[in-house]
Ligand binder design. Structure first.
Ligand code: 6PG
Length: 250
């Protein structure tokens, strides 16, 4: 079971445990950062929310504080809860506490979603921020060097939840997405942004994700889950999963 597997479109990396997953995530961030900066002079990355990224962020803060050129690294967020930045639910707060406050990244390099605003306004503001930063002509898409994603046990990723409106969005970069199970809005990247990335890396940890991961990677589900529509058009798709999450893979 251990080791790497590659099919024509995606790579699966299975690591022993959550600690190894955090290290692998850190190494992938560092590898992509140095490659992008060498080639394009900067590294544009979108962070994921939830719990799994905490370990990756802690590894980056501990091992890459002095070894990465943080002034050339630009951080965005793939999704956000509709809460102010100091709220315990805030993905920005988690990233600030576990990484951004511990490395010498210029404040202006961190592009936070203004999720204290009403969700539709926050989505419009973030889209404008991204269009300005990437100098996008109308109708064009940004090309992130790396987008980190997580996987919910219902098959959601970013805040693209099953049966939610945002799944259909094909013209906006960022939308406010009403999520019934939370009776709340989330602000999320849309599929075109995810699928225009140079690389997307899913980080998946724990036994609770084994069933959904098996269904997604074996494409055995009757109705595809939101995470299954993440397939970079001209980029790499990497799954980094720990042994527990991989427990049901054939
Ligand atoms: C969020 C995330 C979400 C997350 C998954 C997995 O804001 O919650 O962006 O998509 O990645 O729910 O979360 P865990 O890593 O906590 O399992």
């Amino acid at each position: 079971m251990a080791g790497d597997r590659t099919d024509k479109t995606a790579e699966l990396k299975i690591v022993p445990d959550a600690a190894a997953l955090s290290r692998a995530g850190m190494e992938e961030f560092a590898r992509c950062a140095l490659a992008a900066i060498a080639e394009r002079g900067r590294f544009c990355v979108a962070l994921s929310g939830g719990n799994t990224p905490r370990g990756v962020n802690a590894e980056l803060a501990a091992r890459c504080k002095d070894s990465l050129p943080w002034d050339k690294i630009f951080v965005f967020f793939g999704d956000e809860r509709n809460v102010p930045p100091e709220d315990p639910e805030s993905n920005y707060r988690m990233a600030r506490e576990s990484l951004l406050s511990k490395v010498p990244i210029p404040e202006e390099n961190v592009h936070r979603i203004l999720a204290e605003l009403p969700a539709p306004a926050a989505a419009v503001q973030y889209e404008m921020d991204m269009r300005t930063f990437f100098r996008l002509p109308a109708g064009d898409w940004p090309r992130f060097d790396l987008i980190f994603l997580g996987l919910g046990d219902d098959g959601h990723t970013a805040s693209l939840f099953p049966a939610s409106q945002a799944l259909k969005e094909q013209s906006r970069l960022v939308v406010a997405n009403w999520v019934d199970k939370f009776s709340a809005y989330r602000i999320t990247f849309t599929y075109p942004v995810l699928n225009h990335a140079e690389q997307v890396a899913f980080m998946v940890s724990g036994r609770s994700k084994a069933q959904i991961l098996k269904e997604i990677l074996s494409s055995s589900a009757q109705n595809p889950y939101p995470a299954q529509f993440v397939r970079p058009d001209d980029g790499k798709l990497l799954w980094i999963v720990d042994q527990d999450a991989a427990g049901l893979l054939a």
